[in-house]
Design a protein around this ligand. Structure first.
Ligand SMILES: C[S@@+](CC[C@H](N)C(=O)[O-])C[C@H]1O[C@@H](n2cnc3c(N)ncnc32)[C@H](O)[C@@H]1O
Length: 290
């Protein structure tokens, strides 16, 4: 079978699962089947062996069963950097790049003039994507990433090494702030689990079958982890520090109600590309500068 026929056949098989992306994913999976990370285009001369065709169809079937491309290849691009994933890490979402963008903007425009060395904390770090993306941009910053899951922490550590950021980052298991001793941070980032258990039935297979449960769901209509984090946060934020929090669909109003009791105040709310309020920026209630 030649490359064009293979791709056309796979595109048809993938149509129901992938819609408009079927042809692109068919090309990408063919690339993976022959040991490349790039999609294969028919005008390129590629010699394909029988066992590579067998592997291709195995990958197509995995994709038809809902396995995302990132899980099939074991890594995901985030902030233009490659992050390896394992069974315990969330597949990083593009909308979470908003937290990284705003953290970098605040660091450069508001914090760096006063603090030569910034200290960042990433709560629920997963693959480490938020913290490591920030450290990649902020060359003099140091960071700590914590997660309740030890396998996620292992993956974050590995990503730090691969991105050559291990000298400026530390990762360890902790139930939110429990394991963090006597430290204050200028920037705290957090993308906690925030999906309500009742919404489980609306989740696509890609999420429900392949993202880890501990990264997705939170009790009390998805708000329980926000409550815990707000309750403990204040002593860990420097007087001029900022807290960047990812929030879910229709959660802004509920999360805003928690802010005054946490001795915090809202500085900004940013929407994602779909127009959903996604990134909440908070500072200490008595911060006169931000
Ligand atoms: C939505 S995922 C975010 C992962 C990553 N920061 C990202 O943006 O892709 C939430 C993360 O919080 C972690 N987590 C859940 N409960 C936690 C807890 N009590 N303490 C620390 N981390 C927790 C999960 O293991 C998961 O890695």
């Amino acid at each position: 079978m030649n490359v064009t026929t293979l791709i056309l056949d796979a595109t048809e098989k993938l149509r129901e699962r992938c819609g408009d992306r079927a042809r692109y994913e068919a090309r990408l999976l063919l690339g993976l089947a022959i040991g490349k990370q790039e999609p294969v285009y028919p005008h390129l001369f590629v010699q394909i062996e029988k066992e590579q065709i067998d592997r291709y169809y195995r990958l197509i079937n995995e994709r038809i069963d809902g396995k995302p491309i990132s899980r099939i290849r074991g890594w995901k691009e985030f902030w233009s950097l490659p992050f390896k994933l394992n069974h315990a890490t969330l597949d990083p979402r593009p909308e979470s790049e908003l937290l990284v963008e705003k953290a970098i903007w605040y660091a450069r425009s508001k914090l760096l003039a006063k603090n030569e060395k910034l200290h960042l904390l990433d709560l629920g770090t997963g693959s480490g994507c938020l913290l490591l993306s920030c450290l990649h941009e902020l060359k003099y910053a140091y960071g700590v990433g914590v997660d309740i899951n030890k396998h996620a922490i292992q993956q974050a550590k590995e990503n730090a090494v691969l991105l050559q950021l291990n000298e400026r980052s530390k990762f360890f298991t902790s139930n939110w702030f429990e394991g963090i001793r006597n430290s204050r941070f200028e920037i705290i980032l957090c993308n906690p689990p925030y999906i309500s258990r009742e919404d489980e039935i609306y989740l696509p297979d890609e999420v429900l079958l392949f993202d880890p449960v501990h990264a997705l769901f939170s009790d009390k209509n998805g708000l329980a982890d926000y409550e815990k984090i707000f309750f403990d946060l204040s002593p860990y934020l420097t007087s001029d520090g900022i807290f960047l929090l990812e929030i879910g669909y229709e959660q802004l109003e509920h999360v805003l109600e928690m802010v005054p009791n946490a001795d915090l105040r809202v500085c900004d709310v940013f929407r994602d590309l779909r127009g959903i309020p996604r990134c909440l920026i908070l500072c200490r209630a008595n911060n006169k500068v931000l």
